[in-house]
Design a protein around this ligand. Structure first.
Ligand code: 2RA
Length: 337
């Protein structure tokens, strides 16, 4: 397989390199790295070799590439999709550019891997990170009884805003400790010592784009009429997102049934021993690939309701890892050119 990473110097691009380096069974004959003119010329080591980042341009560089893992922002994805896919390369795109297009599958392998088979434009979209970790958990419950609605409050790490978001948070913490005024550039307010109840921009209905992604993407991935009402919040931690989720199912599900469903679901690990103060926490789950579920209990306000807490590393399962799993599925099912 000839694999490309587009956006190789970004937080997700670097995680692609890291995952592929360590996934020895992933069949790579050649890895090609692409980036902006700013990143072109940077060198990264991969499986014992130095690879130089090429500038992403409108040319035939993708002719022999089987799969391109792209994470360079929606406008770059839109601008280069034709160049990337014109010789049959499959583009697994981490941006929001094509997620809701009818002829582009939106895939979380634990939930709807089979949708990969139908990709007429050779583009498969990776969902938004907050959606990915939620649907992995929702799928486990959906398999027991249909979920009519979900309420979710997110606690999102700085990593969602990329490497510069993480750098801004670290910089602000340092500045505060040193008695300086924190520099605010990336986030709309100071993030250190604060929480910001806004992720992305507001839409006309008062929800943010991030919150509407959770509504729309969940329905598409799960092929469901589920209603999702989200409140997305940025918190001052580096790189794993947490979510408090309340679901209403068609028939009541006991806590035991829910735990059993989570325990046998793909991609989920349960940490749920409240008596020992054990539950998923972002500090300890950064760098992990699974979705962690805990605090599983009945919803006191709804006889058909369950509530639980979900944590996953935003850069891994929320982005790079999910895309790599899609690539592995394509290879395994012979869906590559
Ligand atoms: C964030 N979900 O956390 C976004 C990134 N895609 O900012």
């Amino acid at each position: 397989m000839k694999i490309a990473i587009v956006g190789a110097s970004g937080a997700v691009g670097q995680e692609f390199l890291n995952i592929l380096e360590n996934r020895k069974d992933f069949p790579i004959d050649e890895l090609v790295l692409f980036g902006s003119s700013r990143s072109a010329g940077k060198k990264y080591s991969f499986r014992g070799k130095e690879i130089e980042v090429k500038e992403l341009q409108h040319n035939d560089d993708f002719k022999d590439i089987d799969i391109a893992l792209t994470s360079a922002g929606a406008s770059t994805s839109k601008k280069f999709a034709e160049t990337i896919t014109k010789y049959g390369t499959i583009m697994i795109d981490n941006s929001s550019a094509f997620r809701m297009d009818d002829d582009v599958p939106l895939v979380v392998p634990e939930v709807n891997a089979e949708d990969c088979a139908n990709c007429p434009r050779k583009i498969i979209a990776n969902p938004n990170c907050t959606t990915i970790q939620m649907v992995v958990a929702l799928k486990a419950i959906e398999d027991v009884s249909h979920i009519r609605r979900a309420h979710v409050a997110t606690y999102q790490a700085a990593s969602g805003a990329g490497a510069s978001g993480m750098a801004e948070l670290e910089g602000q913490i340092r500045q505060i400790v040193e008695g300086e005024k924190p520099t605010v550039q990336k986030f709309v307010h100071q993030l250190a010592m604060n929480i910001i109840p806004q992720v992305d921009v507001f839409t006309d209905n008062g929800y943010t784009k991030e919150e509407m992604k959770m509504f729309n993407e969940t329905r598409k991935i799960m092929h469901s009429d589920i209603q999702v009402s989200a409140m997305c919040v940025r918190i001052p931690i580096l790189r794993a997102h947490s979510e408090a989720v309340w679901v209403e199912t068609e028939r009541p599900i006991s806590v035991e049934e829910a735990k059993e469903a989570f325990a046998k679901a793909k991609g989920i690990k349960i940490i749920d021993n409240p008596e020992n103060h054990e539950y998923p926490m972002p500090l300890y789950l950064s760098g992990k690939d699974e979705v962690y579920v805990g605090r599983i209990r009945s919803d006191l306000s709804n006889p058909n309701g369950l509530t639980f807490w979900v944590v996953a590393d935003q850069i891994r399962k929320g982005a790079a890892m999910n895309a790599v799993q899609i690539a592995e599925y394509l290879i395994q099912k012979n869906l590559v050119k």
